[in-house]
Design a protein around this ligand. Structure first.
Ligand code: ZN
Ligand code: ZN
Length: 116
């Protein structure tokens, strides 16, 4: 995730994709809190689908290496959603939709682990 003080206001305010700066923002990445110049900075980045896929593909590799729930032959729900997003195929798109949460956000990087 880029730091807000390095971004244009359009990207900070979620009017453009936070990663590429030109994509149509379709995924709400959730409220973030950063410390900028010793002050708390609350912002709400959004991302385009292409960047979400790219980030998901990167996160997937790191996730499966560290996740306590993932096994070599059986990946947890989060890993499957990341994989489906990062490697879109007609079949995987169905899986990807299951990774989307009811509030329209998607969990990236395991910050919010699903409870079991
Ligand atoms: Zn983008
Ligand atoms: Zn996992």
């Amino acid at each position: 995730m880029p730091r807000p003080e390095e971004l244009s206001s359009q990207r900070v305010e979620g009017r453009r994709c936070v990663w590429c700066g030109y994509g149509k923002p379709v995924v709400n990445l959730g409220r973030r809190v950063n410390v900028v110049d010793a002050a708390l900075y609350v912002w709400n980045p959004q991302a385009c689908l292409e960047c979400v896929r790219e980030q998901a593909a990167k996160t997937y590799g790191a996730h499966t290496a560290t996740c306590a729930y993932c096994e070599p032959t059986l990946h947890c729900v989060e890993a499957r959603a990341l994989h489906a997003l990062g490697h879109p195929t007609p079949a995987a798109r169905v899986d990807a939709s299951r990774g989307w949460r009811d509030d329209g956000r998607i969990s990236l990087g395991g910050e919010e682990r699903p409870s079991r």
